[in-house]
Design a protein around this ligand. Structure first.
Ligand SMILES: [Mg+2]
Length: 335
């Protein structure tokens, strides 16, 4: 059975934080494209990538527009996003995540809801008793779905249970949740209705009057999002800014080599921005590559311009320099 691992870059709760995925051979993969939708062919069991462990608040998600689609924290107006605790809930009330190889097509008007897709893989609320960890890939049994209309977009929320949950055999459809976890479905609707209200947004709406659809309906929705994903990675449809780079979908034209996947991950490594002032004092600070790129855009950049040998360690041929307001800057990769 396939197993996956994750590799963290930078600190959690920072703009630079990334969680990259590897397969059982230790090769970098995209969780969005390379983890199969079905762990076992021919059974209605689905893979789920856990983005947000239950009872936590950081809005972590698969970065669909970044190469290899690591998990990162959502950012609004330059600030990391955390969902508020909406009384009486604490953080997300399930393990929350996505089914790989699915895509809610923003150019496709859902015939059930009348709204276009939200441009993301399909979301899952996993109701088992274990608190999963971020980046964990679990196998789930689908039980039903809720049709959230989030700011005018269709955003299906699949209700599922980890097949390794000790109670999993007792859960086969949405009514089993109603019977055995009374109040959980109502709490789920309440949560999605109000979770953005503390951020100044209106309450969310639902198709079907906020009623849950059953297992078969949910499986059909997932299958249709899988078809949209297939069209995406085989270039039958335009995915806009979605990054389709993958390392194992071999007949997809977005398939890249392991070498270039590695280079993608390494490009996320920290770089040193050394600020050298004219009075001879040198101050080194650490910045992410992302931030340096921002700096680069703002200022003139002189490439491959050397400092004298005496000027310090770690200055290599790849070092980039620029000059602004009597201050000399260099950007150097930190290896
Ligand atoms: Mg969604």
């Amino acid at each position: 059975m396939a197993s996956y691992s994750v590799e963290e870059r930078a600190n959690p709760n920072s703009l630079e934080y990334r969680l990259f995925f590897k397969n059982d051979k230790g090769e970098y993969i995209s969780p969005f494209h390379d983890i199969p939708i079905y762990p076992v062919a021919g059974k209605n069991v689905f893979n789920m990538i856990v983005e947000v462990p239950r009872w936590t608040n950081a809005k972590m998600e698969i970065a669909t527009k970044d190469p290899l689609n690591p998990i990162k924290q959502d950012v609004k107006k330059g600030k990391l996003r955390y969902v508020a605790n909406v009384f009486p809930h604490k953080g997300y009330i399930w393990n929350y995540g996505a089914i790989p190889q699915t895509w809610e097509h923003p150019g496709h008007k859902d015939e059930n809801t009348g709204y276009y897709g939200d441009n993301d893989p399909i979301d899952v609320c996993e109701i088992g008793s274990k608190v999963c960890s971020r980046g964990e890939v679990i196998k789930v049994k689908v039980l039903g779905t809720l049709a959230l209309i989030d700011e005018g977009e269709t955003d299906w929320k699949v209700i599922a249970i980890n097949i390794e949950d000790p109670e999993a055999a007792n859960y086969n459809n949405i009514d089993d949740v109603r019977k055995m976890k009374p109040g959980y479905l109502e709490a789920t609707v309440d949560w999605f209705r109000r979770y953005k209200v503390p951020d100044g947004k209106p309450e969310n709406q639902f198709a079907f009057n906020g009623e849950f659809k059953d297992r078969d309906f949910a499986i059909n929705i997932i299958k249709s999002t899988h078809e949209h994903w297939t069209a995406l990675v085989f270039k039958k449809t335009d995915g806009g800014e979605i990054n389709c780079a993958n390392t194992t979908v071999s007949d997809s034209s977005f398939c890249i080599s392991q070498e270039s996947a590695k280079a993608t991950v390494e490009a996320e490594q920290l770089v040193v921005l050394a600020k050298i002032t004219l009075d001879g004092q040198t101050k080194h600070e650490l910045f992410s590559k992302q931030r340096c790129m921002g700096v680069q855009k703002l200022k003139h950049l002189f490439q491959c311009f050397y400092l004298p040998d005496s000027s310090g360690d770690g200055i290599s041929l790849e070092t980039l320099f620029y000059l602004e307001k009597n201050t000399f800057f260099c950007i150097n990769s930190c290896k």
